[in-house]
Design a protein around this ligand. Structure first.
Ligand code: HSE
Length: 307
């Protein structure tokens, strides 16, 4: 096969208490990458469609290009790859757009190999792509874009997909202004109090125990980000009111999706997630921002090769 297309979904990074570690997929329009095998011995990004702000076309500076470069040594010497990128996720939205392009590229490129590389190789190739965009090799959006569902992104080895109750739904609301991940990482400089670290670990442990046992009360107790959210909230006008609107509508918890400005809420059923999304949109409107909303099961599908 000389040509393959793959799509990868949008994602929620961090899930509040799992900074750079935890993430989950969303059932929404993601990015699509078409990879074509060539004999030019180089990776080229030949087209980027679906965005107004230009993205880097140099392979090493492009998320999809960097992921393909990481996989190129698996092909016979002299092989090249041309990539076409169709962006479905808004840039600077906090819904994992750079990870989606990197994962779609890794999956499309791997479909051109006689044998699919193992999951750890695919994952770390896509993490290198993420680093091209954000300057940091974190995999919390890459892992769920690749595997689907709720995932852990380790710094070594393969990512893990975790059990999630099928009733668990996310409402994600994206206000119509961008926030660059590089900017939202700048505000996270130390120091951090050890007591806050312990509370964050407690939240992560409770949330994961709740997902594992299907106990919504444990998820509600766990979903409180005391480390990152307080530092990033000032970058998102209306955040406190948006979060409160989700909680008032019955959400189990709410926080910033990835680096923001999107805000997510976890809910015990789809109807509550729909109500929460409407309340969150109204709160953003009151803060002067139009938005769009997505409601999805947390256990949503990951990347796939397209026919
Ligand atoms: N974990 C990352 C962050 C996700 O919060 O900065 C965005 O790339």
């Amino acid at each position: 096969m000389n040509r393959a297309r793959a799509s990868a979904p949008p994602t929620v990074g961090n899930v509040g208490v799992g900074f750079d570690l935890l993430g989950h997929a969303l059932a929404g329009t993601g990015d699509i990458v078409t990879a074509t095998r060539t004999d030019r011995a180089a990776v080229r990004v030949t087209a980027i469609r679906g965005i107004e702000t230009p993205l880097p076309m140099e392979a090493d500076r492009n998320t999809a290009g960097r992921a393909a470069l990481a996989l190129l040594p698996l092909f016979p010497a002299g092989t090249g790859l041309d990539l076409e990128i169709d962006k479905g996720i808004a840039m600077g939205s906090g819904m994992g757009g750079s990870a989606s392009s990197a994962v779609a590229a890794a999956v499309a490129v791997s479909a051109l190999l006689p044998e699919r590389p193992d999951m750890a190789t695919l994952f770390h190739a896509a993490v290198q792509g993420e680093a091209a965009a954000t300057g940091s090799a974190h995999g919390d959006n890459v892992a769920p874009a690749l595997l689907g569902g709720l995932t852990i992104a380790p710094h070594e080895g393969e990512p893990l997909r975790l059990p999630v109750p099928e009733w668990l739904h996310a409402a994600v609301v994206r206000p119509h202004f961008p926030l660059e991940t590089r900017r939202s990482r700048e505000v996270l400089a130390a120091p951090y109090a050890i007591g806050d670290f312990v509370r964050q670990s407690e939240g992560l442990a409770l949330l994961l125990a709740g997902c594992h046992s299907g106990d919504d009360a444990l998820i509600r107790r766990g979903l409180h980000d005391v480390l990152v959210e307080p530092r990033r909230a000032p970058l998102i006008p209306g955040f406190a009111a948006v979060k409160q609107a989700a909680l008032d509508a019955g959400a189990l918890g709410a926080s910033i999706s990835g680096g923001g400005p999107s805000v997510f809420a976890w809910c015990a059923d789809a109807a509550t997630a729909t109500r929460a999304s409407q309340a969150m949109q109204a709160a953003f409107r009151s803060a002067g921002h139009a938005s769009d909303a997505l409601v999805s099961p947390v256990d949503a599908p990951g990347a796939r090769v397209l026919p």
